[in-house]
Design a protein around this ligand. Structure first.
Ligand code: FEO
Ligand code: CA
Ligand code: CA
Ligand code: CA
Length: 605
C-alpha cells in the first residue's frame, strides 16, 4: 500500500505560529468565524453580554467559559440545516473575566455559572454555509451547579456517596472540571469530570484524599464559602468529593432529561471517554486518567447495544454504561527501550510490545481482593494501584479509530518521568523528563475490542525536530513534519486520518497550540501536517472534522490566560480595539469560543 486514503479536506499545512501571536491562523483558501462565544445569550430572556455589567444571573443564561469538548449532531429530518451542539466548560479565569472591584461573592457566582455544560441549537441555510447558533431554540440548555445528575453503577446508593442532602446516594448536584468527551453510537454525549479536586476542601489525610489530590487548603475560587458541601470537613458532607470524578452522559435531544454520572467507568481525573461497538454488540469505552504516572482504563458493557433505532432502543442503550466490567492497562515492551534521551530508537527499531487489561470489576463484581465493587468504583485509583498497571505520561484523550478499531492514546507530557525517585522511562513512556508527549497505538487481540490482551506501538514521540533528537514519527522523516508537542484531544476524519489538538506548545516548543492531521496508513504513516493555530495563551480543544463538507470545528479554550485585566494578551475572537485596555461598550476581553473553519478568503472576519 503506497499512499494512505485522501479526504476531501485538502490543505497546504500552515507554518508553526510564534507563541506570542494573537491570531487564529488557517490554511490558504480557508476562513474562520466564531459560532458562539463566552457570554453569548442562549435564551429569549438572556441579557446581551456586557463585560462591565456581568452578573451571576446573566451568566446562568449565557454560554459558559473555557469551552472544551464539542460535538455537533444533526437534527433528524432537518436535511443538514439544523443541528444540536454540545459544549462543556472546564474552568474559569476570573482575573481576565470580570473588571476589578466587583464584590467577591458576585465574582464567585459568575465563575460558578460559567462552569458546567451547554446544549445549543445551530442552523445554516445550506451545507456550504457556516453554522449560526439559535438564541431561544427549544433544545437550548445550561447545566449548572444545581442541576441534578443520576448516579448509576456500583457506587449508586452506597454509603460512600451518601450526604445529608442526598441520603439515598443517587442524586448529585452539578458537574465540575469537564474536559474532553465523546459521542456514543446511540447519540448521547459523554464528558469527563477531570480536575474536580480543585473545587474541594478536605481533611487531606486519608489514603483516598491523598491519592486524589484533595487537601485542606482553601480552593482557588473559594466556592466553599457559599457552598458548605464543597468542604468535606463539614458534618454531613464527608462524601461530597466522592460524587465527582465520573463520566457524565447527556442526552442533548431531550431538554428535560436527567444527565447521568456513570460510576461503572470508575472515578478518577477522567479526561473523557470514547465508545466503540465490539463485534458481539457489547460496547467498549476507553478513558485516560490525566495525572502524571496514572493509568489507562477500559470498560466493557454487560449488555449488547440495541440497534432497532427506536426511542425505546435508545433509552435502553442509555443504560449500557451502568453495568459491566472495568479494566486497567499494563504495557510490556519487547526490546531495550530508549531511556537516555539520546534519540536512539529501540534495539528492534520500534517502541512496541504487548499488553493486558487487568480486571478491577467483572460483571458488576469486584475483582480486587478486599474491596467491594462500590469501593472500586469510588476509589478506582487505589484499586488499580493494587494490580500493577503501567504508570503513563498523563493519558488525555483515548479514542478508537471507527474504521480500524485501533485505539489511540494521547500522552500529553510528564516532566517528572525518571526524575529523582519517580518511575523511570519504559518502552511505552520512553522519554525521561518527557516535555512534549507521545501517542500510543493499541491493537486489541484478534481485532476484538473486548479482548483481555493487546499489542501496542508508539505512533509518534512528539517535539520540534529542528532541535529535539528524541522525536519519532513511525519512520516518517522528521524534517518533513510540522513540529507538534503536548497532544491532548483526538478526532478522526471520514477516511480514518487521525487529528490531534494540542495543549502546551508555547511552553515546550515556543509555538501557539494547534490542530494537526496525521496520516496513519500507507508509506506516509507518521506524517504530521498542521491545519490551524489558535491565538496567544490558548489551547485547542474539541476538534470536529467534517472533511466531506471541508468544515473543521475547534473550541478555543483560555485565550489570553496569562494576561491581566487592563493588559489582556489576547482579544480573540472579536479583536474590536487596537489597544488592549477594556473600555465600557467594548467586549475588549478574550472570549473562549467555538470556531468554524470553512473554505473562503483567509482574512479576519
Ligand atoms: Fe483538561 Fe487533561 O486536559
Ligand atoms: Ca484536555
Ligand atoms: Ca520494541
Ligand atoms: Ca490538557
Amino acid at each position: 500500500q503506497k499512499r494512505g486514503p485522501r479526504s476531501n479536506l485538502k490543505f497546504t499545512p500552515i507554518r508553526p505560529v510564534d507563541a506570542l501571536v494573537d491570531d487564529f491562523t488557517v490554511p490558504k483558501g480557508f476562513t474562520w468565524q466564531p459560532i458562539i462565544r463566552w457570554g453569548d445569550p442562549l435564551f429569549r430572556e438572556s441579557p446581551v453580554f456586557d463585560v462591565f455589567n456581568q452578573s451571576e444571573a446573566a451568566q446562568q443564561l449565557q454560554f459558559g467559559y473555557n469551552c472544551d469538548y464539542t460535538d455537533i449532531l444533526d437534527l433528524p429530518g432537518s436535511k443538514g440545516r439544523r443541528a444540536v451542539m454540545f459544549v462543556n466548560h472546564e474552568y474559569t479565569n476570573e482575573p481576565i473575566m470580570v473588571p476589578p472591584g466587583l464584590p467577591a461573592a458576585e465574582v464567585r457566582g459568575i465563575g460558578r455559572a460559567a462552569h458546567g455544560l451547554t446544549v445549543v441549537e445551530l442552523e445554516r441555510h445550506n451545507a456550504s454555509k457556516a453554522w449560526k447558533y439559535v438564541q431561544g431554540a427549544p433544545l437550548n440548555r445550561r447545566f449548572l451547579l444545581d442541576t441534578p445528575y443520576e448516579l448509576t453503577g456500583p457506587a449508586a446508593g452506597s454509603d460512600l456517596v451518601k450526604t445529608i442532602d442526598d441520603p439515598a446516594g443517587r442524586t448529585i448536584l452539578g458537574t465540575l472540571g469537564n474536559c474532553a468527551g465523546g459521542t456514543t453510537p446511540w447519540g448521547t454525549i459523554l464528558s469527563g469530570e477531570e480536575n474536580f479536586n480543585g473545587y474541594f476542601v478536605s481533611p487531606g489525610t486519608s489514603a483516598s484524599d491523598r491519592r486524589y489530590g484533595l487537601t485542606a487548603s482553601p480552593t482557588a475560587r473559594g466556592w466553599e464559602v457559599d457552598q458548605p458541601r464543597l468542604d468535606t470537613r463539614n458534618k454531613g458532607y464527608q462524601n461530597e468529593a466522592n460524587r465527582f470524578g465520573y463520566i457524565v452522559e447527556v442526552d442533548p435531544f431531550d431538554r428535560t432529561s436527567t444527565p447521568k454520572k456513570h460510576s461503572m467507568l470508575g472515578r478518577f481525573k477522567h479526561e473523557g471517554a470514547n465508545v466503540i461497538v465490539a463485534g458481539d454488540g457489547r460496547v467498549v469505552a476507553y478513558s485516560g486518567d490525566d495525572e502524571r504516572f496514572d493509568y489507562l482504563y477500559k470498560f466493557v458493557s454487560r449488555n449488547r447495544m440495541d440497534t432497532a433505532g427506536t426511542p425505546a432502543a435508545r433509552r435502553k442503550n442509555m443504560t449500557l454504561l451502568s453495568e459491566g466490567s472495568l479494566y486497567v492497562a499494563r504495557f510490556q515492551g519487547n526490546s531495550a527501550p530508549e531511556i537516555d534521551g539520546s534519540g536512539t530508537v529501540p534495539t528492534d527499531g520500534a517502541f512496541d510490545g504487548v499488553g493486558e487489561w487487568l480486571p478491577l470489576i467483572v460483571n458488576n463484581k469486584s475483582a480486587v481482593p478486599g474491596m467491594s465493587a462500590a469501593e472500586v468504583a469510588v476509589y478506582t485509583r487505589l484499586a488499580a494501584d493494587k494490580v500493577g498497571p503501567t504508570k503513563m505520561d498523563r493519558a488525555e484523550d483515548v479514542e478508537p479509530n471507527p474504521l480500524t478499531g485501533k485505539v489511540y492514546v494521547a500522552c500529553t507530557n510528564n516532566t517528572n518521568r525518571g526524575v529523582g525517585a519517580n518511575s523511570p522511562a519504559d518502552e511505552s513512556n520512553p522519554r525521561t523528563a518527557n516535555r512534549s508527549g507521545h501517542v500510543v497505538e493499541i491493537t486489541e487481540n484478534g481485532g476484538d475490542q473486548t479482548s483481555a490482551r493487546f499489542t501496542w506501538n508508539l505512533l509518534m514521540v512528539c517535539g520540534d525536530p529542528a532541535n529535539d533528537p528524541t522525536v519519532y514519527f513511525s519512520g516518517f522523516p522528521a524534517q518533513k513534519v510540522s513540529p507538534i508537542s503536548c497532544p491532548d484531544n483526538l478526532a478522526f476524519d471520514s477516511v480514518g486520518n487521525l487529528w490531534i489538538s494540542t495543549d502546551g506548545q508555547p511552553g515546550t516548543i515556543g509555538y501557539c497550540d494547534g490542530l494537526f492531521q496525521v496520516t496513519l496508513e500507507g508509506e506516509e504513516r507518521g506524517k504530521v501536517e498542521q491545519f490551524l493555530a489558535v491565538p496567544r495563551d490558548s489551547e485547542t480543544c474539541g476538534p470536529i472534522i467534517r472533511d466531506k463538507e471541508r468544515h473543521v470545528f475547534v473550541a478555543v479554550q483560555h485565550p489570553g490566560e496569562n494576561g491581566v485585566w487592563g493588559n489582556q494578551t489576547s482579544l480573540f475572537p472579536d479583536y474590536v480595539t487596537a489597544g488592549s485596555k477594556p473600555r465600557r461598550g467594548d467586549a475588549a476581553v478574550p472570549r473562549p469560543s467555538v470556531v468554524q473553519v470553512l473554505p473562503g478568503n483567509d482574512k479576519r472576519p
